[in-house]
Write a protein that binds this ligand. Sequence first.
Ligand SMILES: NC(=O)c1ccc[n+]([C@@H]2O[C@H](COP(=O)([O-])OP(=O)(O)OC[C@H]3O[C@@H](n4cnc5c(N)ncnc54)[C@H](OP(=O)(O)O)[C@@H]3O)[C@@H](O)[C@H]2O)c1
Length: 407
Amino acid sequence: MTTTNPFGHPPSPEGPRVRTRRDFLKGATAVAAIPLVSGLWGCGPKPSAPTAGPVAGATKGRRKLGPLEVSPIGLGCMNFVWAYGPPVDKQQALKVIRAAHERGITFFDTAEIYGPFTSEELVGEALAAVRDEVVIATKFGFDIDPATRQIKGLSSRPEHIKRAAEASLKRLRTDHIDLYYQHRVDPGVPIEDVAGAVQELIKQGKVKHFGLSEAGGATIRRAHAVQPVAAVQNEYSVWTRDPEHEVLPTCEKLGIGFVPWSPLGMGYLPGTITPETAFGEGDLRAIMPRFTPEARRANRPVVELLRRVGGRSSAAPGQVALAWLLAKMPWIVPIPGTTKLNHLEENLGAIKAQLSAEDVNEIDAEFSRIKLVGARAPEDLMKSHDVGVDLGTSSAGGHGKSPLPKK
Ligand SMILES: NC(=O)c1ccc[n+]([C@@H]2O[C@H](COP(=O)([O-])OP(=O)(O)OC[C@H]3O[C@@H](n4cnc5c(N)ncnc54)[C@H](OP(=O)(O)O)[C@@H]3O)[C@@H](O)[C@H]2O)c1
């Protein structure tokens, strides 16, 4: 059943390189120097046999998100049903999800809002036969009409979370959710109440671990004090550095894993999107400031930088983007989204594209000189983000967007 498994190579003889906060703040200078290994599947010349080197910071090819052990790269399962165009053919989606598992991916990311509901249904159907071999992460936090599927707004009220969990369990065809994230911080509900509701689900065995998405430092600390948070999932990639400011240091301090969403910059970093690319109906990039034709033209040096670094070892720009995330911290697990088998295989090749400290430093130094055009999201959406999530905001001394519990 299993084909080539890129996660099967031996653990680093040194084990994970534990980095201190000081190391982190110094940037990539402390990343263990590991040569960029060539022979990446799906791009450039293929090696006759995989050149298996140790994965930076991984243990037995796995990474830890808090107490949860997962493959170094997961699969984002939003894309099969929405965000970048109309839903893909169901059989194609099932094939890609199952292929991901066969190739060693054990970490699958979905949410009730994707579709709504249909991404969870796909993940449930695709993985039912291998449920015990995989980690399924899903998210709550929106008020979605179960009949019409209309999204009415945020809701993280405890009774709503419990109902949402029951519905997700059914769609996922399982009796437990491995990682249950709050999708967006709800300014109407104290995060302590949210953490308490998830804690009850954990006690009942319906949820194994708690996560937060697009949360700032203060919210993470408050939630973690009630129910330990296994992972935080915020947008992070070579061209979106916001979590470096306070979220990653908070995760490091508390031993929380980090899952970067849009690790390929919503498809820009692999370099296949040009100023001429036309976004079809239902493609959210049409409203993203970073995806105007002018921005796409102006931001091209980011792709060229990744191409230059990757060119030294036949790694594609997208692979370098993912390898850069893997090199940053051993507790970072990107979840690139793809609807295509060839892209899935190319993305898995990033595990072997280990970057040296010099490569990472070069990317960081040169990126800091590029004048990036366009915010990562439209203004109204940025306003809804938690305090401390975006560069230029800080939750230090405050309590974030979530209200404090009533005394
Ligand atoms: N927590 C949150 O708020 C949040 C928000 C957004 C997303 N997410 C999660 O994060 C996952 C990933 O994020 P994302 O999908 O927004 O962004 P992404 O992974 O950065 O990029 C996805 C885009 O890249 C393209 N792509 C993937 N591999 C490629 C390759 N090797 N070469 C060229 N293009 C490639 C995909 O197109 P093809 O389908 O053609 O490959 C798709 O258009 C989602 O699936 C979802 O599970 C979470």
